[in-house]
Design a protein around this ligand. Structure first.
Ligand code: ADP
Ligand code: TYD
Length: 204
């Protein structure tokens, strides 16, 4: 089986990290080499983005989208552990978030066509083999964030914001459905049931 580039998307608190860790263990148990990564990345721009998000600094949406774009180019191309390099080395790469997040979080508050174009037409940005969206009620996500984390970031503070981001994700993913391999998974069940659905989507 060819190594793949898998993206997992969803609201904060939807269960992405939990599921990605389980998927990694599962694929490794079947003999695959797996590289787990995330956006914002661990690179220089990713670190600046994390600071901006955690300090909740108000910034222009094109500036934010541009920062996420630059971080994504670095994430794909950096010669040490960029996605391209890891795929070439035979790893299956699983990324916690990718350009779908930029569309849902920044695109809907600026010019979506432009934000999509600069990501989808950028030769340095890889297309995932599959995007798995963990769809979960924002109230549940918010409850988990408030219980589990000491501090909330820019997009986790307000339930209305989270509701609109979920809608944005669903609109954007539906609009991309003819061009991309997108699987929307109901993330309300048990951790094990969701993992089962993810494995089926990946194996398909
Ligand atoms: P994300 O990476 O999307 O922010 P996490 O995987 O960190 O989400 O999950 C957020 C919290 O919810 C964690 O405390 C995790 O243990 C819990 N959690 C994850 N999946 C489920 C589930 N299916 N049912 C109940 N709690 C869950
Ligand atoms: P992080 O703490 O990694 O998210 P999670 O709680 O899901 O583990 O923070 C990522 C934040 O960055 C999250 O609120 C979504 C936001 N984001 C964007 O706004 N645009 C993007 O393109 C990406 C990749 C993330």
């Amino acid at each position: 089986m060819k190594n793949r580039f898998i993206v997992v998307e969803g609201l904060d608190g939807s269960g992405k990290s939990t599921q990605i860790k389980m998927l990694k263990e599962y694929l490794e148990s079947k003999g695959e080499k797996v590289f787990m990564t995330a956006e914002p990345s661990e690179g220089r721009i990713g670190k600046t983005l994390r600071e901006m998000l955690s300090e909740d600094i108000p910034t222009d949406m094109y500036f934010q989208a541009g920062m996420f774009l630059a971080d994504r180019i670095d994430h794909c191309t950096n010669p040490e552990n960029g996605i391209k390099k890891m795929l070439e080395e035979g790893y299956t790469v699983i990324s916690d978030r990718y350009y779908y997040s930029t569309f849902a979080y920044q695109g809907t508050k600026s010019d979506m066509d432009y934000i999509m174009k600069i990501n989808l037409d950028c030769p340095a940005i890889l297309r995932p083999d599959v995007c798995i969206f963990l769809d979960l009620n924002p109230e549940i996500c918010k409850g988990r964030i408030d219980t589990n984390r000491g501090k909330t970031e820019m997009y986790e503070k307000n339930i209305e914001v989270m509701k609109s981001i979920r809608k944005n994700f669903l609109d954007v993913l539906n609009s991309l459905n003819d061009r991309e391999n997108i699987k929307i998974i109901n993330a309300e069940g048990s951790i094990e049931d969701i993992q089962k659905a993810i494995r089926e989507a990946v194996e398909e």
